[in-house]
Structure formats: structure tokens, C-alpha cells
Write a protein that binds this ligand. Structure first.
Ligand code: GLN
Ligand code: ZN
Length: 769
């Protein structure tokens, strides 16, 4: 292995690309197909057109090898289930009648059949459909989609590399099918699955694939020896195949750790590794493992899941080091570019001084090509690009947007006391009881009330200039009056204003905080045909003026009952945005926390006695490696306490999280030092109540008794039964009665009936105390 030949061969590639098209054509075609307005043939034509356009763009940008098979009508894990024939029994009839409709039935369900469960793809905001596997799952190879897409790319004259979810990751992402025996582990199906992968690989080779990529991101998480052993066996078997393509095993989102030597030793032809963020540890680990002699290394040096330009000079230095460790070094993004928007040049409204710091999928592709050229032909070959990149980075580092001295001075001056309430919970609760005078089992909601079409129209009208600010604000006030009157009439104890002014719980605040910016076309797939446009947190964060006080105060002016102020917490404000990468997240979180702290102070000064700070994302941004979790939880909980720590003892701080499983962050939840927490619990029959009690959680809690993810109206008896379960774990004086989450996606008729039943249930159970 000489570094010279490794360098000269440097090639540029990516693992995947945004699927939707410039104007989300894919979303329109798929949803049109669901409605019957687009034929299957037209849908297939649109999809093939989008794939071809992507490949042509990638080729024109100078990429040497394009990915195939990464495209999807809905989700690539679902595609993998189809590829290996893992169709759950309840979906088989639909699938047999029509594979395309069967596919969408698995994704979305029908009136009579439940879909596959959906969950987050590692620590990204992409959601995949969870494979359901049981002891009687029979795998059969269905390589048609992979073969078809490979052939399309080859027909364009391109070097194409099919990308598949690897067999170990596929099984590790699966869950036991309904009816599987307790404790069934899908990984035990490996020996049955491998022959199917072998068949697909052989077919791809026969169709002309020189290389095939097998993605194994599950190996960047902590894995047991048995799981690592499964990886060893999988790649020993697949590596031993004859007539197979060359195998590239890819990992991303973090370092491989103990899985690195396993894959380095496997009889495969190449590894793709992430070298960004915490995954940069792969570099030392690779050197320690003796490198990849005789193998291809694809180096993910361009961040595939954030929107900032690469530091080309730093990446070249990493690549130069890697040259000594493998037979051939190629350049890629750290992960599929699926997680970033398509094209930053489409953002005409972003200040050009900031736009030059942004790199979406197209710009990242160009960076990858540039780096491959620099690696292969020396830095002189890319001198112009390097100079421009240095200038862009310097403009970012020196910008007033990224460095606001007032914000910096404030974060530096933060002390431990700022992040601590003046009295411990036990003493605060007495003061709060005296101030609020609530009954036992107090009733409340999580914040939002139905976001009606009427409200959305009013917002669109305001944006388009069809109505003025005054008219819009009167419309919002009218909504607040209705929401408050309803809650009073229904007999809720702690009211909310209903959040009618909010388009989204993160975007609303991002639009009002300095340092954030919005995109117009920055769509990213969340799941299926749902795309989101996360705000971009580009600079130092501050709050020029109050953001919510006006609406909370208005609501409070209408009633004598306490109205709860409602804010999105600092961790969630980061988790659902593209966050600046030029300083630690902890520092950015602290800035956001201080801006929110000002809002909390203004709410309190306006007379708000209860303030809720939502942190639904606290758990979802937990680092993938447990070793990294304490550091994360430390800054995350500090940011929450910094947001809320400045209030009087008799001001009650609530927090809210939408998950029923939080056993791994119980300590962190306690560390938030909130007075009350509301959690999702209806579907899991109040299991959280027992878990909180088991952990000795000392504060007040509201495990949800109304499942808001379904239009179903819970009967009062049902809610009462859940409450009694809750009471078995949490004493009456610490138990709240509330829904699982906000009501914005629900309709008024169900919300009315459900909340009436919830109040009835609380009253019934109070009588029994
Ligand atoms: N306060 C927010 C609402 O009610 C909370 C939403 C959430 O937790 N996802 O809509
Ligand atoms: Zn929620």
C-alpha cells in the first residue's frame, strides 16, 4: 500500500440523496396516488424522472460513483422489509393483491389494518417503519427494486453502487411480531436472513454492480458481544460468497468503537466510516486496529446531517492521515444526504453574507468532489476553492451575527446559582399550594387547542398581506376567548391560552429570537410524505422583546383561574433546528436558555403563576453511545434550570415530555428540578406512574389519561380507571390530571367531549379520596 496510489485513485461519492425533488414532486405524486388522482404508472414515471435527475446532477457535479436503491416512495427500511419478504401476516393480502398498495398499507395502515410502527432513525429526525419479525418469519428475496434502480443508473452510463440496509442493522432495528413468544430476539433470525442477502448480492453482481454498500449504522451503538459476534458471522458468510460484488460496509452517526476491529478484520472489500463530530474518534481507533491494508476506505469527512460549509483544509488534513491507513481512500459525506435540504442557492431570502456559510446536499456534493480532487492531485489543484473556503469561514468567525459581545458576556457570567431555584422543591410546593389554591387531582391541558383551518388561513392571509396585523391579532384574541370560556365552563383548574398564534412550537420562537433564520425551501423528510423545514440556528441568540406575554396575559385577563404560560425549552429548540457547528452545543443551549429565561421573567412579572417549559426532545437527542450521555444530560438539564431557575418559589414550573418510556433518563428528569411534569401514559396504562414512584420521584406528575394521537374519545370511566392506577403509585396531592400531549392536531368535537370526560373522571376519583 503506497499512499501515492491511494491518493491518485481518490474518488468522490455519497450514500444517499434527498428524494423529494426541487418542488417536492415526490410528495405530490405519492399523495396524489393515495387520493386516486395520480395513476401508478404516473407515480412510477415521476419517481424514475426524479432518480435520473438526481444522478445526472451528481454526475455533473463530478461524483465518480452514484448511489442507487436509496430512493424510496416512503422509507428505505420498509423497502428492505419488502426486499427480504418480511411482510407481516396482516398485510399479506393487500400485498398479494397489489404490491404498491400493499407497500403503502404497511406504511399507513387502512381502516381495518394497523400499519407498521414508526420510530426515529437513530438520533436524526427521520422516522422509519419498524420491521416485525417472529419465529415463523420466512424470508424470501425480492431484489426487483434494487435491480431496477441499478439498471436505470447503469443505462445512463454511470458507475453505480447499490446501497442496502445491512442484515445486522436490519435485525437490530426490528421488533418481535405480535404473537411472538416473550423475549423473542429478531437477531436469532440472522442465519435465515443471510441467504436472502446472498441472493440479492449475487443478483446485483450479475446485473453489473461492481460494489454494493451495506449500511450498518446500528454498530455505532453500544453492542453486546453476541451482537458483535453476529456482525462477525454475517460478514464472514457474505464475504465468502462466490460471484459476489465487492462489499463496502458503511457506518455513520458515531464511532464504531469495539465494532471497528470486527469489521476491519471481516473479509469484505471496504469500510465507510464517519469522521465528523464524536465519530472523529474513528481515526485513532482505525490506526490502533492497524488500518485497512488491502481495503478501500470511504471517508465521511463532510457532515451529512447539518447545513454548514465544510472546513476543507481540516478535512484534507484528516484525509492525508487516512492515506497511510488504507489501500485506497475515497471521499464522502458522513452519512446519507437525506438529512439535509437540497440546495442552498434556492434560498434567495437569506442574507448573502450568511448564505455563503450554508451547504445543503448540492453544495456538499461539490465539497466532496473538491476534496477528492485535492486528495488525488494535491492542494495546488484546488487552491482557488481552498482560498474561497477560508474566506467564507473567516467571515463566519468574525461576523457580528455569530459573535454578539452582550450575549457572550452574559453566558460567561452565568453562575451555579442562576441555574438553581432559591428554595428546594419541598419548600416551594407549600408556597405554590398557598398561592394557587388548587383541589387535589388538579386538571389541566398541555397547551395547544385545535389548530383549525380558519386559524391557518388567518396566518396565511397575514403573510400574504390580505389582512393586517390588527385584524390577525383580533382573530387570535377571539380564539383565546373561546378556548378560555370552554375551559372555564368545563371546569378545568389550570387553564391555557391554546397557542393559536403558533405555527409550530419551535418555529414560532425561532422567528422571534435573534440568531435564528428560516428557509423557504429547506425541506427535509421526517417520514413518508411529511417534510419539515427546520429553522437554522446560525448566530448568538438573544430575545429582542417578549414573545408570548401578550397572549398569556390576555388569556389571564379573561379569568380568575390560573393561566399557564407556555414555552418551548432550550434542548428542544436545538433538537428540532439545524444548529451552528462552530461552538459546542452546550454553549448554544446556554444562550437559548438565557433568552428564554428573560421570557420566563416577563411572564412572572406579568402575574403568571404557572409556567410550562416543554422538553419533548430531551430524550431523543441522547447520544447514541451511553458513555457520552452524562455530559449531554449535564448541559441539557443545566439549560433547563437556567431557563427556569430565576423564578420565585411560589411560581410553579411545569415541564412536558411526550414519551412513555424514560427509564434511562429518570435521574435527568429529577435534575430538571421542575415542580410538575406531564408525560405520555394513556396507551401504556399509566406505566410511567409506577416507574416514577419506583425511582422515588418526589415531585408532582401528570401521566396522561387521554391519548391524543387518536380521534377516539375516552369515556369518563376509562379515564377514571387510569387515574386510580396512577393513584396506586403517586399520592393524590402530587397527581395531576391531563391529556398525553397538546391538542393541536385534533378536532374540536373530540376535544370537547374528551376534556369533559377528563374533568368528570377527576371529580369522580376526588370523591373517592
Ligand atoms: N405545548 C405544546 C402543545 O401543547 C407541547 C407539544 C409537544 O410536546 N410536542 O402543543
Ligand atoms: Zn407532547
Amino acid at each position: 500500500m503506497t499512499s501515492k496510489s491511494a491518493a491518485a485513485a481518490a474518488r468522490a461519492t455519497v450514500y444517499g440523496y434527498p428524494r423529494q425533488g426541487r418542488d417536492r414532486e415526490l410528495k405530490k405524486a405519492v399523495e396524489g396516488y393515495w387520493k386516486g388522482a395520480v395513476t401508478a404508472a404516473a407515480l412510477r414515471r415521476t419517481a424514475a424522472g426524479l432518480r435520473a435527475a438526481t444522478w445526472r446532477d451528481l454526475d455533473a457535479a463530478g461524483l465518480h460513483e452514484v448511489p442507487t436503491g436509496d430512493f424510496s416512495y416512503y422509507d428505505h427500511v420498509l423497502d428492505t422489509s419488502v426486499m427480504v419478504g418480511a411482510i407481516p401476516a396482516r398485510h399479506r393480502a393487500a400485498f398479494a393483491a397489489d404490491p404498491l398498495d400493499g407497500y403503502f398499507t404497511m406504511a399507513r395502515g387502512t381502516q381495518d389494518v394497523a400499519p407498521l410502527e414508526m420510530t426515529k432513525w437513530f438520533d436524526t429526525n427521520y422516522h422509519y417503519l419498524v420491521p416485525e419479525l417472529g419465529p415463523d418469519t420466512v424470508f424470501t428475496a425480492d431484489p426487483a427494486k434494487q435491480l431496477g434502480e441499478l439498471q436505470e443508473a447503469l443505462a445512463l452510463g454511470l458507475a453505480a453502487r447499490p446501497v442496502l440496509v445491512g442484515p445486522v442493522t436490519y435485525l437490530l432495528l426490528a421488533k418481535p411480531a405480535p404473537g411472538a413468544p416473550a423475549g423473542f430476539d429478531p437477531l436469532t433470525l440472522l442465519d435465515r436472513l443471510l441467504p436472502v442477502y446472498a441472493e440479492v448480492l449475487t443478483a446485483l453482481r450479475a446485473a453489473g454492480a461492481e460494489w454494493v454498500q451495506l449500511d450498518e449504522p446500528a454498530l455505532v451503538q453500544d453492542r453486546t458481544p453476541a451482537e458483535l459476534n453476529a456482525a462477525t458471522r454475517a460478514y464472514r458468510d457474505l464475504g465468502a460468497l462466490t460471484d459476489r460484488p465487492k462489499l463496502l460496509v458503511a457506518s455513520y452517526f458515531d464511532r464504531l468503537g469495539e465494532a471497528l476491529p470486527v469489521l476491519a478484520k471481516a473479509p469484505v472489500d471496504g469500510l465507510a466510516l464517519d469522521f465528523t463530530g464524536p465519530a472523529a474518534a474513528n481515526l485513532d481507533d482505525l490506526a490502533a486496529a492497524g488500518g485497512l491494508p488491502g481495503k478501500r476506505l470511504v471517508a465521511g469527512v463532510v457532515d451529512g446531517r447539518n447545513v454548514w460549509i465544510n472546513d476543507l483544509t481540516a478535512s484534507l488534513a484528516t484525509l492525508a492521515t487516512l492515506l497511510g491507513l488504507a489501500d485506497r481512500v475515497d471521499v464522502a459525506a458522513s452519512s446519507s444526504l437525506l438529512h439535509v435540504p437540497l440546495d442552498a442557492t434556492a434560498e434567495r431570502d437569506i442574507d448573502p453574507r450568511i448564505a455563503r456559510w450554508l451547504a445543503f446536499a448540492r453544495q456538499k456534493t461539490t465539497e466532496i468532489v473538491t476534496l477528492a480532487r485535492g486528495l488525488g492531485h494535491g492542494t495546488a489543484a484546488i487552491a482557488g476553492e481552498l482560498a474561497a473556503n477560508r474566506a467564507d469561514l473567516a467571515s463566519r468567525a468574525g461576523s457580528a451575527l455569530t459573535h454578539d459581545p452582550a450575549v457572550r458576556a452574559r453566558t460567561t457570567a452565568v453562575t451555579g446559582d442562576d441555574a438553581r431555584r432559591s428554595l428546594p422543591y419541598a419548600e416551594r410546593t407549600t408556597a405554590q399550594r398557598a398561592r394557587l389554591g388548587l383541589p387535589s387531582l388538579p386538571t389541566t391541558t398541555i397547551g395547544s387547542f385545535p389548530q383549525t383551518t380558519d386559524l391557518r388561513t388567518a396566518r396565511a392571509d397575514l403573510r400574504a398581506g390580505r389582512i393586517g396585523t390588527d385584524a390577525y391579532e383580533r382573530r387570535i384574541e377571539a380564539e383565546i376567548r373561546e378556548v378560555v370560556a370552554f375551559q372555564e365552563k368545563t371546569g378545568l383548574d389550570v387553564l391555557v391560552h391554546g397557542e393559536p398564534e403558533r405555527n409550530d412550537m419551535v418555529q414560532y420562537f425561532a422567528e422571534r429570537l435573534t440568531g435564528y433564520l428560516a428557509t423557504r425551501h429547506g425541506w427535509v423528510q421526517s417520514y413518508g410524505t411529511r417534510y419539515v423545514r427546520p429553522p437554522v440556528l446560525a448566530g448568538d441568540v438573544s430575545r429582542p422583546e417578549p414573545m408570548t406575554v401578550r397572549w398569556t396575559s390576555y388569556a389571564q385577563s379573561l379569568t380568575n383561574r390560573p393561566v399557564k404560560g407556555m414555552l418551548t425549552g432550550p434542548v428542544t429548540m436545538l433538537a428540532w433546528s439545524f444548529v451552528r457547528d462552530d461552538q459546542p452545543r452546550a454553549e448554544t443551549a446556554r444562550q437559548v436558555a438565557l433568552a428564554l429565561r428573560d421570557e420566563v421573567a416577563d411572564l412572572e412579572a406579568a402575574g403568571t403563576a404557572v409556567i410550562q417549559v416543554d422538553e419533548p426532545a430531551l430524550r431523543e437527542t441522547l447520544p447514541l453511545r451511553t458513555a457520552d450521555r452524562p455530559a449531554y444530560l449535564s448541559w441539557a438539564t443545566e439549560a433547563f434550570r437556567l431557563t427556569t431557575g430565576g423564578v420565585r418559589p411560589d411560581t410553579q414550573i411545569h415541564t412536558h415530555m411526550c414519551y412513555a418510556e424514560f427509564g434511562d433518563i429518570l435521574q435527568a428528569i429529577d435534575d430538571l428540578d421542575a415542580d410538575v411534569i406531564s408525560l405520555e401514559a394513556a396507551r401504556s396504562h399509566m406505566r410511567v406512574a409506577g416507574e416514577l414512584a419506583g425511582a422515588g420521584y418526589p415531585r408532582e406528575a401528570g401521566p396522561g389519561v387521554y391519548d391524543i394521537h387518536s380521534p377516539r374519545v375516552p369515556a369518563a370511566d376509562e379515564a377514571a380507571a387510569l387515574l386510580r392506577r396512577g393513584l396506586a403509585a403517586i399520592p393524590a396531592k402530587r397527581l395531576w390530571v391531563n391529556p398525553d400531549c397538546g391538542l393541536k392536531t385534533r378536532g374540536w368535537p373530540e376535544v370537547r367531549a374528551s376534556l369533559e370526560h377528563l374533568v368528570t373522571a377527576a371529580r369522580t376519583v376526588r370523591e373517592e379520596l
